[in-house]
Write a protein that binds this ligand. Structure first.
Ligand code: NAP
Length: 285
């Protein structure tokens, strides 16, 4: 029996166990995937213990994606650029490899549901962990990115970090999060991505950018998945934008984790989507 799981704190809200368990059953794998609540002071012991017990892999969620980085024996290029790990593979030779599938998951979900992510002008709102993964994957795929964030210095740091060695990347800029700062930029972008928590509890009635700037020419992705439709997405759909919530990114980062663990794709992405949507319906506000 192969052992897998997700570590975080809190962990009871995680949708990874339902998604992966459905896929494991469909693939008839002799494997079990469980949620593990870990305390910060026990993180290193948890990783070492899992390696000793012969675990195949872990997913890592809030607040440990950055804290596990020094506990890895190797990092993939994605994990290095993003500076965070959301997927761990334990190899029989003792290697503990840290990877990050958030950016790949975002790109795959965009390509799957809305558009090929190439040669686009993009505005990414936010500069936290998810933004770091999304901006770096958009740049690597050959798109221009502008970042805006409540704390501008954080956006500037993100742009600076990702522009290092920019020869193979497009350049990434930063703009003020205000109508004046955003007006000209938003008029020129094709894709708007919200990576902030604005739109989920307790910010249900807020939009991360002024809604009047979003028009039918934009494609809008809000990576929040609970609620399934934020105020930003509702407005985007009302004015005729193509729009997508965060369920796709969540499912595709899980599919990319499978590919990393086993070099194979789970049997049915549809079942994984349904498992997530069922679970969300039971918990939606
Ligand atoms: P994080 O590292 O804590 O970053 C949070 C971001 O939200 C920062 O840019 C922060 O701005 C901004 N923010 C928070 N509250 C705000 C407010 N009241 N007004 C304006 N900006 C605010 O979190 P994260 O890991 O990047 O996650 C961010 C969101 O993405 C969460 O909603 C999470 O559920 C979602 N997510 C979805 C997926 C998926 O698979 N769909 C994956 C990862 C994350 P400051 O820098 O100014 O604090």
């Amino acid at each position: 029996m192969e052992l897998l799981g997700v570590i975080g704190n809190p962990i009871s809200h995680s949708l990874s166990p339902v998604m992966h368990s459905v896929a494991l059953a469909e693939a008839k794998k002799q494997a079990i995937y469980l949620p593990f609540l870990v305390q910060a002071e026990g993180l290193a012991a948890a990783i070492k213990g899992a390696a000793s017990l012969g675990f195949t892999g872990f997913n890592v969620t809030i607040p440990f994606k950055e804290q596990v980085v020094p506990l890895m024996t190797e990092l993939t290029s994605e994990a290095k650029v993003i500076g965070a790990v959301n997927t761990i593979k334990f190899e029989k030779n003792g290697k503990i490899i840290g990877h990050n599938t958030d950016g790949q998951g975002f790109l795959a979900s965009l390509a799957d549901e809305l558009m090929e992510p190439k040669d686009l002008n993009c505005l990414v709102i936010g500069a936290g962990g998810a933004a770091r993964a999304i901006v770096s994957s958009l740049l690597s795929a050959g798109n221009d990115v502008c970042i805006t964030n409540r704390t501008k210095e954080r956006a500037e740091k993100l742009a600076k970090d990702l522009n290092v060695g920019a020869s193979e990347h497009r350049i990434c800029n930063v703009v003020d999060l205000s109508v004046e700062g955003l007006k000209d930029v938003v008029a020129q972008v094709d894709l708007i991505v919200n990576t902030t928590s604005v739109g989920m509890a307790p910010y249900f009635n807020q939009s991360p950018i002024p809604l009047e700037l979003v028009t039918s020419k934009h494609v809008v992705v809000d990576i929040i998945y609970n609620p399934e439709e934020t105020l930003l997405l509702k407005h985007a759909r009302q004015v005729g934008c193509k729009a997508q919530n965060g369920v796709g990114m969540l499912v595709w980062q899980a599919i990319k984790a499978w590919e990393f663990w086993w070099n194979e794709t789970p049997p049915s992405k549809v079942s994984m989507f349904e498992a997530v949507q069922d679970a969300l319906r039971k918990t939606s506000p």
